[in-house]
Write a protein that binds this ligand. Structure first.
Ligand code: TYD
Ligand code: MG
Length: 433
């Protein structure tokens, strides 16, 4: 064993790998007899999917769970992976399901299940750490869905490697994949990741499994976000939103309601952005605080929005609009603990900064959408119609949108659309009383 890597000088980056002898790489590969086919001769069927009776999870999976697929559900300890998995199985009604856990005893799981809403009748629990014994029970029970909690607590026969080691985790996953494909039973594997975001072990699993779901959230908020990082059966841009409550995870079907707080109406430094994650539009509150730097170097801090992008936007403010931010601290926060990747919230970020800096509240009935370029120009955004419709639905009276997006104004009677092509234009509209 090596403690320190002789190449990069880091400690603890070495893993022991146990290589099994006499096992061919091609084993388990269905290569016999396969021939190339003409594409037009192949009859493709839509993947059959199990509706999990959980709209958020269905959507993130790409429309339900594909039979025989292997899904990895990753997240930090305590975020709610076990709760989500157990709760989803309890929502399956007549379907027979199996929850195999190497983490907790059957009694502990029962206690947890009693807090959650749902049916227990057709849900089987198995406290087990041996993969072979889990397979045995699956064969006997023939459930429609299997959850294994967690991949780090399961071990497979014939491997010397310790439970949770890279070798064990990978070998277990490979065998589960094979089992899932042969039996056509879908498996959901739970995997812990550490604070740095590295899936301890599960990182190596990403190539093996069909779908990688990431469950994340902020310690200070009860919201939990489910994202697909990889999905063989759907897009990776969909988002599922839950709220952790006393009796488990509640599906948040209308995220805007949750992400907009009327408490901050009339305060400076607050703007409302019409964002889209995946195919879903929602309105979010952007909060900025600009204050004189107390110490020499001004601070820039951003939560829920990429820090580098904030710096870029602040540079645009300085260079193109002549704002003096050099001696100012700038703090930015996306309300609700959400992390937003949509560049269309740029303009709302700048509006919040401007509003805080001037200490002038923005009109709470105005929503904003637009990407900002380096020249201070406002660039068109994707899915503009959806954004406007969402703002309209939530009762916004006015919306700033990038100029030149082809729209039929007749479709949007209840909302005034203001086209802006430069950040300065937008500011003029927003600050004018
Ligand atoms: P858990 O599902 O055990 O997390 P993980 O499997 O990702 O480690 O969730 C743990 C947290 O969730 C724990 O702090 C308690 C909280 N919780 C609730 O708030 N409500 C509930 O109904 C349940 C079951 C858990
Ligand atoms: Mg758990």
């Amino acid at each position: 064993m090596l403690g320190r890597c002789p190449v990069c000088g880091e400690w603890g980056t070495y893993y022991e790998e146990i290589v099994e002898k006499g096992k061919s790489k091609a084993e388990g590969f269905h290569s016999a007899g396969s021939k190339p086919q003409r594409l037009h001769e192949i009859t493709a069927q839509e993947e059959k999917r199990l509706d999990l009776h959980n709209a958020e999870l269905n959507r993130v999976l790409g429309g339900g769970l594909v039979p025989g697929s292997l899904v990895l559900l990753g997240g930090e300890p305590g975020i709610g992976k076990s709760t989500l998995a157990l709760q989803v199985l309890m929502q399956q009604g007549e379907r027979c399901t199996l929850y195999a856990s190497g983490e907790e005893s059957a009694q502990q799981i029962k206690l947890r299940a009693e807090r959650l809403a749902g049916k227990l009748q057709n849900l089987f629990l198995l406290a087990e750490t041996s993969l072979e014994r889990i397979f045995e029970q699956v064969r006997e029970l023939n459930p429609e869905i299997v959850v294994i909690d967690s991949i780090q607590t399961i071990s497979t026969d014939g491997l010397e490697a310790t439970i949770g080691s890279l070798t064990q985790v990978r070998e277990c996953a490979a065998r589960i994949l094979q089992f899932a494909k042969d039996s056509n039973i879908p498996f959901i594997l739970i995997g812990h990741i550490n604070k740095e975001g590295a899936l301890a072990g599960p990182k190596v699993l990403e190539h093996i499994v069909d779908t990688v779901l990431q469950f994340e959230g902020d310690q200070n908020y009860m919201y939990r976000i489910l994202r697909a990082q990889k999905n063989r059966f759907g897009s990776t841009s969909e988002l599922g939103i839950y709220e952790m409550q006393q009796n488990g995870l509640r599906e948040v079907t209308n995220p805007s309601e949750l992400l907009l707080s009327s408490a901050s109406n009339g305060l400076s430094g607050v703007s409302v952005a019409a964002a889209v994650e995946g195919a879903r539009p929602f309105l979010i509150e952007v909060q900025a605080l600009v204050s004189s730097a107390a110490y020499g170097t001004p601070q820039r801090s951003s939560t829920g929005f990429e820090g580098r992008r904030l710096n870029m936007l602040l540079a645009v403010l300085e260079k193109r609009i002549g704002f003096k931010l050099l001696q100012k601290d700038v703090f930015l926060n996306i309300a609700g603990g959400l992390r937003v990747n949509d560049p269309a919230i740029d303009l709302a970020v700048l509006a919040a900064v401007l509003s805080s800096n001037m200490d002038i509240p923005l009109d709470p009935d105005t929503a904003i959408t637009g990407e900002v370029g380096l020249a201070g120009e406002i660039r068109p955004v994707a899915r503009i119609e959806q954004r406007i419709r969402e703002a309209q639905k939530l009762g916004f009276k006015r919306m700033l949108i990038p100029a030149g997006q082809r729209l039929n104004p007749k479709d949007y009677k209840d909302i005034q659309l203001v086209e802006v092509s430069k950040v300065t234009d937008a500011f003029r509209v927003l600050i004018k009383k």
